[in-house]
Design a protein around this ligand. Sequence first.
Ligand code: PRP
Ligand code: URA
Length: 209
Amino acid sequence: MGKFQVIDHPLIQHKLTMIRDKNCGTKVFREVVNEIAMLMAYEVSRDMPLEEVEIDTPIVKSTQKTLSGKKVAIVPILRAGLGMVDGMLELIPAAKVGHIGLYRDHDSLEPVEYFVKLPADIDERQLFVVDPMLATGGSAIMAIDALKRRGGTNIKFVCLVAAPEGVKALQEAHPDIDIFCAGLDDHLNEAGYIVPGLGDAGDRLFGTK
Ligand code: PRP
Ligand code: URA
């Protein structure tokens, strides 16, 4: 089973509280989502492999560590996942970015795929799938299915707010992937919203209704 981790650093908790507040406007919401994503990038990349290189410091020749191995791709689930991309890129600037377009049908809550565009070599990359919300888990499961169908193997899922129902569903569907969130909430309501949650992440990021 992949690991499940709540990244509950005090800075992240503080910022998550800011965006949960319904009075937080679009500008601040967008900025703070990116800030949380940047802070999470530090933790979710913790096990990136290193290799030794020989360099010349101004003083001596020295063997030091540098990132090696797998290249990275960040894969936002559209739309709301877009809000986390710039923050992740702050810390992993050489990453490629793939896109998976899904929306949840408002009545059935089932995800519907409408767009997939990925780097050609996803089988060679560490893939970070990003989406602020893990609710029923349907969108994350479908996005990861889409990556695996195209050869993706090394996949981590990074969200801001998770519902226990979504974590369970995602772990059952994809037991091999690691799941990270900034907050694990209480439950889903009858409309499929996370409680207490932060509302509709896409609408709050983009100022739509
Ligand atoms: C939201 C959210 C996730 C999904 C989570 O997207 O960004 O992708 O719902 O719900 P689930 O775990 O029950 O699948 P939405 O469908 O509202 O689309 P949007 O990002 O375009 O607003
Ligand atoms: N998608 C959202 O944007 N918010 C929720 O609470 C659930 C799904």
